[in-house]
Design a protein around this ligand. Structure first.
Ligand code: HMG
Length: 445
């Protein structure tokens, strides 16, 4: 059987950053600890005047192609996942291919291009599409380029404003991958929900609290569905569990739920019984409300136990490091969670070859998906080559007033002229609109 998975990853962050506890919170009259302790966010990335989903996606893809020594004819498919698209017909992948064709000799004339939409889970769905295309033997030896790119902006004053971010993740999907192999088994939790949507509008309508409940409910269903094909999961099975990370506090909730589920009827539940009792069973309660209240009590106790804390620090905490510094990247978010964990494993000198990850993706609207991944022997070379720290460190800090300006620059309803904050160098930039209202790009040396 051919092994298929992620061969390489590159990211591109928006080049500006806003300090949430020190710049944003004071202007909003909020306690900085809401950000650091509550949401788990320190800074968020924003795109400069000349950046957008196309430039970030094309810049990430170019880094990836250059690093892997690829030419356009090596790529048979370009899938872009985004919920920030600006055109209902022409896909962002055509713009990105057009950018890349400015700098490579060949072209992507024979590559299949598309755009995937299902809120944040579209990035993982694009991975699936590429995986299936290769498994079906339709790829003619070529690889797929999957690009998850978003400017996650909310209406000013919306509670979601706290969780904004902007960036792209480019992934090469190929046979005999160098980074991780994807499992055939996967589980879904999917339901028609009205928690976060953009009905022909740029900024989302959000029911924040409901969106968190829906995230947890669909994630639990996806885990049960995954177990129905892959067998029961146990907390010790996975080295890391990267989740979709709208903000790290959301992942803390998902992790606790996951640990409770995975440790039920195991020696972990037995060991914890003296300290916090056994997990409540539905059959022992007269009403659903009583059962739920008992579950909440058990979870409150569970999160204080040493077993849970140790597991969380080892398996979950490394996945949220990058997110805490860039905010929500929507479709790219779960993919930076994986990268964050593997980057920390590399820094700690951990041997990861053959180890398993459990990946939990989510998109509002709503759907969760869970699959496993096996880390490949060559993982370390791949992760060492990804440039994350310098990109994050090189970002330019903006004041609150600058933030409002940059938010207006990227607001499709507004037309304002603002000087760029940084100088483009060796990258694709947005240069303005063409005759048919198309967006135009060029490569700046
Ligand atoms: P909010 O009302 O601004 O914040 O909304 P809050 O008052 O609920 O505080 C947030 C947390 O900080 C709470 O923690 C507070 O207790 C804590 P929790 O109780 O939930 O554990 N807190 C503090 N902690 C310590 N010291 C303090 C302090 N103050 C408060 N002083 C909300 C937060 C997330 C709802 C809002 O930002 C929002 O609407 N965000 C957008 C929606 C979202 O991100 N939803 C997540 C799930 S849906 C999803 O992931 C999909 C998505 O990515 C879109 C897609 O799929 O396309 C969004």
């Amino acid at each position: 059987m051919t092994s298929v998975g992620i061969d390489a990853i590159e990211i591109r962050t928006g080049k500006l950053f806003l300090d949430l506890p020190n710049t944003f919170a004071p202007v909003k009259g909020e306690d900085p600890e809401k950000y650091t302790k509550g949401l788990g966010l320190y800074t968020s990335s924003f795109p400069d005047v000349y950046e957008d989903i196309v430039t970030m996606g094309a810049n990430a893809a170019k880094s990836l192609m250059d690093r892997k020594g690829l030419e356009p004819e090596d790529i048979g498919r370009i899938d872009v996942a985004t919920e920030s698209a600006f055109d209902n017909s022409k896909p962002v992948s055509t713009y990105i291919a057009g950018c890349l064709e400015q700098v490579y000799d060949g072209d992507f004339r024979h590559a299949n291009k598309g755009e995937r939409k299902f809120a944040c889970i579209a990035g993982t769905q694009s991975l699936d599409d590429a995986y299936n295309w290769i498994k079906a033997g339709r790829n003619r030896g070529r690889a797929a380029l999957v690009i998850a790119t978003d400017t996650a902006l909310y209406e000013r004053g919306d509670p979601g404003e706290a969780t904004q971010g902007a960036g792209a993740v480019a992934m090469l999907i190929d046979e005999d991958p160098d980074l991780v192999e994807l499992s055939t088994e996967q589980g879904y939790g999917s339901m028609d929900e009205t928690d976060f949507l953009k009905p022909n509008q740029q900024f989302p309508s959000v029911d924040g609290k409901r969106s968190m409940q829906v995230y947890l409910a669909r994630m639990r269903e996806a885990l049960e569905d995954y177990e129905s094909v892959a067998g029961r999961t146990h907390p010790a099975d996975f080295e890391y569990i990267p989740f979709h990370t709208p903000f790290p506090g959301m992942v803390r909730k998902a992790a606790l739920l996951g640990f409770r589920h995975m440790s039920r009827d195991t020696e972990i539940e037995d060991e914890l019984a003296d300290e916090i009792g056994r997990q409540p069973r539905e059959a022992d309660f007269e009403t659903w409300d009583d059962y739920e209240e008992a579950i909440r009590g058990y979870m409150d106790d569970l999160k204080t136990t040493e077993q849970y804390r140790d597991w969380y620090d080892r398996v979950i905490d490394p996945t949220i490091d990058i997110s805490s510094r860039v905010g929500n990247w929507y479709t790219g978010s779960v993919h930076i969670a994986r990268l964050s964990a593997l980057k920390i494993a590399a820094e700690e000198g951990k041997e990861m070859a053959g180890k398993k990850l459990l990946v939990g993706s989510y998109g509002s609207g709503a759907q969760a998906e869970i699959h496993a991944e096996t880390v490949q022997d060559t993982w370390l070379d791949e992760i060492d080559a990804v440039d994350v720290d310098s990109q994050l460190e090189d970002r330019t800090e903006i004041t609150f007033d600058d933030y409002e300006l940059i938010h207006d620059v990227h607001n499709h309803e507004k037309e304002i002229e603002v000087e760029e904050f940084t100088q483009p160098e060796g990258e694709f930039v947005f240069t303005g609109w063409g005759r048919m209202n198309e967006r135009r790009y060029e490569y700046v040396e």
